[in-house]
Design a binder for this molecule. Structure first.
Ligand code: FMN
Length: 339
């Protein structure tokens, strides 16, 4: 079924195809068609960060930036959904075109630039949702906020979403907001995390409830800097790590005519680098630290590999575009019982 749908969607400009797919999903969910077309996978519960996930396969951030489609996406069988990246105020993102398909590589390049309708709009959608599974909110900084004031943008978003979702992700790894990745540098990381862990703690006190906070990092590192960043993350008091965002590296697609497009590369070509960061994270952060593996999952075997490297949970984005919703069930089915 998705094979035929994809044929039609891939004739459209990628962002138009995305909008049409989301609108169709909403209709499918409203008339209860999705559960018939894609019967949800068997429960495969995972307990992580004090939360119970129905299964370990989640939707990665960026597909539903504003939380406009939570119920529809939820009915595809995901174990959890991450919405965002959201910023304090609405912003349009970069000029179009800003998303490109590299179909021969099962890949996308995007330079969306945190296009979103602002955190207040997202909060309204979080309040309205009927989906009862786990929902995380991924937060970022406004395009024009200087890097040394970034913490206050994150804090504004954390405070607003705290009482309306199950976990929060700090995104410091999008390549499409100028200088954002500088927050991963030794100079900024410890300070940013210490400030945001403080915000999390005081909100937990105020609301009398815990809300796990994760950090999402890039796949592009010098080895020594990666080790240093992971050590900083381990010592910070943050609750978990998402590895990884998209890559700036073009080696794996260098012969493709769209390889020169500016932005983050996702899908199959990011697998190796993402898996390396994941494996290093498990090694440095120890056996108990919650890890979410994301980057290049296009089959059940890819998800199982991330589990073997140390992931407690996984997320998918580009694989969903190429393989369709059946990928969710495939990944859940392939998930080994123990690491
Ligand atoms: C079009 C597009 C938009 C994305 N937007 C975001 C975003 O807003 N925030 C974020 O943390 N990651 C974003 N990502 C990164 C994904 O969440 C994921 O980390 C990355 O694509 C690797 O996974 P994949 O190979 O399964 O796509 C985006 C990815 C794509 C393809």
């Amino acid at each position: 079924m998705y094979h035929w749908l994809r044929h039609g969607l891939f004739r459209l400009e990628p962002e138009k195809a995305h909008d049409l797919a989301m609108a169709s999903l909403d209709v499918g969910a409203r008339f209860n068609l999705l559960k018939t077309l894609y019967p949800p996978p068997q429960d495969c519960p995972v307990d992580c960060m004090g939360l119970r996930f129905k299964n370990p396969v989640g939707l990665a951030a960026g597909l539903d930036k504003d939380g406009d489609h939570i119920d529809a996406l939820g009915s595809l069988g995901f174990g959890f959904i991450e919405v965002g990246t959201v910023t304090p105020k609405p912003q349009p993102g970069n000029d179009r075109p800003r998303m490109f398909r590299l179909a021969s590589h099962g890949a996308l390049i995007n330079r969306m630039g945190f296009n979103n309708q602002g955190v207040d709009h997202l909060v309204e959608n979080l309040k309205k949702r009927r989906y009862t599974g786990i929902v995380g909110t991924n937060v970022g900084k406004q395009k024009d906020t200087p890097i040394d004031q970034a913490a206050s943008d994150y804090a504004i978003c954390i405070e607003k979403v705290f009482d309306h979702c199950d976990y929060i992700t700090i995104n410091i790894s999008s390549p499409n907001t100028k200088n954002l990745r500088a927050l991963q540098d030794q100079g900024h990381l410890a300070e940013l995390l210490s400030e945001l862990v403080g915000v999390r703690n005081s909100l937990a006190e105020k609301h009398q409830t815990q809300r796990p906070m994760l950090i999402k990092i890039a796949p592009d590192w010098e080895e020594a800097a990666l080790i240093q960043a992971l050590e900083t993350i381990g010592a910070s008091g943050i609750d978990g790590l998402i590895a990884t965002n998209t890559t700036l590296d073009r080696q794996a697609v260098k012969d493709h005519p769209l390889a020169h497009e500016t932005g983050g590369l996702s899908g199959r070509p990011v697998t190796q680098a993402s898996n390396h960061v994941l494996a290093m994270a498990r090694q440095i952060l120890g056996p108990e630290f919650p890890l979410v593996g994301v980057g290049g999952i296009a089959s059940g075997a890819d998800a199982a590999k991330k589990h073997q490297l140390g992931a407690d949970l996984v997320q998918i984005y580009t694989g969903l575009i190429y393989e369709g919703p059946k990928l969710i069930k495939e990944c859940v089915t392939a998930w080994p019982e123990t690491r």
